[in-house]
Design a protein around this ligand. Structure first.
Ligand SMILES: Cc1cc2nc3c(=O)[nH]c(=O)nc-3n(C[C@H](O)[C@H](O)[C@H](O)COP(=O)(O)O)c2cc1C
Length: 304
């Protein structure tokens, strides 16, 4: 039996469908002594912007009952340093590289995308779903017209790489946004980013995070994420990369059955940086035991 985990999305071949979620795996290199990067399907790097960003003041991470709250504030080295200092190191590994990026304005989105499109990365992942990125006070990913406009502009500037758009869960109907993104020409979507949340210290009456609110991730959000992938699968025809609270191989299969064609592992990396290797082994065994020639056969296989 050939490797049942070989995956192709938008013409890009992955050894397996497990991608490290942006912001939870640095630029990959930070983990190279802990985990063999050749074994993981792909790495979505920390969100890249035009200029270097320091992020929010501490505290900006806290543990919750079933996950974590973060308000890092999109700290990153900026596109120039990413290309010069980070990219050559990751290129030494056979894992696929997904360049996650964002901008404060449409113009910034376009400029970063233009630069990354010419670099040796496999895909671009456009983050329109961070609550911190707003134009005119509205987050790009929570207004369908703005979503369509910013994705259309970026798509015009991207000629060489597949464009994945990462959707926000902080909307009432994600399928409207999936359709807007597909209509704007995106090649795939990834869903979901973090859900808005906050936590208050009952002694001091102050919020735990310096930013007051943050993004909730981890097992707590998995049922929300699975439903959103399911809603998107019913609405759009482009591939969906499922994200949200994946901790083991059964979680991956759940996302596939809901309609995913690949998945990303985020908060689980903070619990155990090697967790993905375990999930890969378990998924392989699951496919072999159940005589599934390729994991893609599970996509959208939910029986309702
Ligand atoms: C500390 C932290 C930083 C993150 N930074 C980014 C980022 O820069 N860009 C992005 O698109 N998503 C970012 N995310 C969102 C994750 O990529 C992922 O969508 C989310 O955490 C849900 O998946 P999970 O429950 O498996 O963690 C971040 C998440 C965390 C926890």
């Amino acid at each position: 039996m050939n490797n049942p985990l070989i995956t192709e999305i938008c013409g890009v071949k992955f050894n397996n469908p497990l991608i490290m979620a942006s912001g939870t795996f640095g630029y990959g290199l930070e983990y190279s002594e802990i985990i063999d990067l050749n074994k993981i399907g792909g790495i979505s790097v920390k969100g890249i912007s035009l200029n270097e960003v320091q992020g929010n003041p501490m505290p900006r991470i806290m543990e919750t009952h079933a996950g974590m709250l973060n308000a890092i504030g999109l700290q990153n080295v900026g596109v120039e340093k990413f290309i010069k200092e980070k990219l050559p190191g990751i290129k030494k590994y056979s894992t696929r590289i997904i360049a996650n990026f964002w901008g404060k304005t449409v113009d910034e989105y376009v400029k970063v995308a233009e630069v990354l499109d010419k670099e040796d990365v496999d895909m671009l992942e456009m983050n329109i779903s961070c609550p911190n990125i707003k134009e005119g006070g509205i987050a790009f990913g929570t207004d369908p017209k703005m979503t369509f406009d910013v994705v259309s502009e970026v798509k015009k500037a991207v000629n060489n790489k597949p464009l994945v758009v990462k959707l926000s869960p902080n909307v009432s109907d994600i399928s409207i946004f999936g359709r807007a993104v597909e209509d704007a020409g995106a090649d795939a979507v990834s869903a979901i980013n973090t859900l808005l949340g906050m936590s208050i210290n009952t002694n001091t009456r102050k919020p735990f995070l310096s930013n007051v609110t943050g993004g909730l991730s981890g097992p707590a959000i998995k049922p929300v994420a699975v439903k959103m992938v399911y809603d998107l699968y019913k609405t759009i025809s482009i591939p969906i990369i499922g994200i949200g609270g994946i901790m083991n191989y059964k979680d991956v299969i759940e996302f596939y059955l809901a309609g995913a064609s690949a998945v990303q592992i985020g908060t689980a990396n903070f619990v155990d940086p090697e967790i993905t290797l375990e999930i890969i082994k378990d998924l392989e065994n699951y496919c072999i035991e159940n005589k599934i020639a390729n994991i893609s056969q599970l996509s959208g296989g939910i029986v309702v």
